[in-house]
Design a protein. Structure first.
Length: 469
């Protein structure tokens, strides 16, 4: 496998020139069509080699690592040094997963695929270490050659200079998508497979911002020249945009109204202005699927989530099913994939497949996260006070927010975050009009870590405040 912590992320690749079709901004075809995936040469049958690379990246990166759920339908080369994860020894806030195709594979439509990469991390870090020649021995920045729109997301397409310029991405075309405070990318050698890279990048974005829920964009005006994206949706698009308004536009939020765009995204703009072009007004009140948002936070919880410790596939499956039952996601299933046996040395990792309404449990030979990740102590303290401790009690939104601030201050987490270059963010998974009152509804905390430490506060019925553990 690739050396996990090489400063320059060096990998021997074969560079072959490819042709390029240029263009401006465009609208992508409708996604998630099985025939289209076959046409692009992509599959959702993930080789175990990909899972192993993901596990390696999770051991070394300090940001969330998204294991691809959509990959080229090609056999992979399994030679030491030509595949695996790469995390910089000087900068762990981004990662790469790199794979070479086994030689002699010429089955269309992916015939000739030589090398492909997926990765992500904090935007400034990815831009410095991937989208410039900062870390490369041979100079030459990638060029932004195209933008595209679909489902409320913007895709940026970069063309890297031929190897040895461009480093590990030399001779590649890359699709880059921004989701909240993360930048995700997929690159293929040459230009023939750009549409496949875009599809894979969008699928990574669905993992970073999961669910059947459409993307929400807040527009200062209907022409959407200046926009913001709510960091962690509560289920109420107008409330989320109101909360983000001051920080994004340096002004108090006016009365807002929501529309659905032609690409399925949700647009929120001032109610006293015109509707965005081509949009349709949403019924009031309108809510997104917040149980699915809760599920994502619970599975990744650093103190009690599935990957907070090494769990067997059987134990992890039972835990996921309890979460699905508690959240009322009765139509969802749990599936195990990969070729790892369920043994004492197997550690489970879940991934949400919203398209097929299931949670997939993957197995690895060793733990995929540090034994005590950042903010795990905060997670335990909040769970002790609000979920499962001897003195745990039902807290209102105001009480829970105050408790979080006290616990964060007691651990000097904000000071530590400022020194280490990450953030502490508290997000409310409910609109202000339905904030938990501490009697009929309670706050349930979930702490997620990966670049940013996010404390997500969800609303749960008072009769069901406890959590699966």
């Amino acid at each position: 496998m690739i050396a996990a912590r090489a400063a320059g992320l060096l990998l021997l690749v074969i560079a072959v020139a490819g042709c390029w079709h240029n263009g401006g901004e465009s609208e992508l075809p409708q996604r998630d069509d099985s025939a289209r995936l076959r046409e692009l040469g992509l599959t959702r049958h993930i080789p175990s080699q990909v899972y192993e690379a993901c596990a390696e990246a999770r051991r070394n990166a300090s940001v969330r690592v998204f294991c691809p759920r959509l990959v080229p339908d090609v056999p992979l080369l399994r030679i030491e040094g030509n595949w695996g994860a790469a995390v910089g020894s000087e900068e762990s806030r981004y990662y790469l997963l790199s794979f070479d195709t086994a030689p002699g594979y010429y089955k269309p439509p992916q015939e000739g695929v030589i090398h492909w990469i997926v990765g992500g991390g904090q935007p400034g870090v990815v831009k410095k270490w991937v989208l410039t020649d900062f870390a490369n021995e041979v100079s030459g920045d990638p060029e932004l050659v195209r933008t595209a729109q679909t489902g409320g997301r913007q895709i940026l397409v970069y063309r890297f200079p031929p190897f040895p310029a461009g480093g590990i991405n030399g001779g590649h075309q890359a699709a880059v998508v921004s989701v909240g405070d993360e930048l995700l990318f997929v690159s293929f050698h040459g230009s023939r497979y750009l549409e496949a890279a875009i599809e894979m990048a969008l699928d990574l974005a669905d993992q970073a911002d999961p669910g059947d829920s459409p993307a929400v964009t807040c527009g200062e005006t209907a022409d959407l020249v200046e926009v913001a994206v709510p960091r962690s949706p509560s289920g109420d698009p107008t409330a989320d945009c109101a909360a983000a308004w001051q920080g994004a536009f340096d002004a108090p939020a006016p009365e807002l109204t929501a529309f659905t765009a032609g690409d399925g995204g949700i647009l929120v703009v001032p109610a006293n202005g015109p509707a965005p072009s081509g949009s349709t007004g949403l019924a009031k009140p309108f809510e997104l699927d917040h149980p699915l948002i809760q599920l994502e936070h619970e599975l990744a919880e650093v103190g009690r989530g599935v990957v907070s410790r090494c769990r067997s596939l059987t134990t992890a499956t039972a835990l996921v099913r309890k979460h699905l039952d508690r959240l009322g996601l009765g139509g969802w299933t749990v599936a195990s994939e990969g070729d790892r046996p369920d043994s004492a040395r197997t550690c489970a990792m879940p991934t949400i497949d919203a398209h097929q309404r299931r949670v997939v449990i993957l197995g690895f030979d060793e733990a995929t996260l540090p034994a005590d990740p950042p903010a795990a102590d905060l997670s335990r303290a909040l769970a002790h006070a609000m979920i499962a401790g001897p003195a745990a009690r039902c807290l209102s939104a105001a009480e829970a927010a105050a408790l979080v601030e006290r616990e964060v201050a007691a651990r000097r987490l904000r000071e530590r975050a400022a020194k280490s270059g990450y953030q502490i963010v508290v997000s409310h998974g409910f609109p202000a009009s339905r904030a938990p009152d501490g009697r009929r509804t309670c706050v349930r905390p979930a702490v997620n870590a990966g670049g940013t430490v996010l404390v997500y506060l969800a609303a749960v019925p008072a009769e069901q405040p406890t959590a699966p553990d």
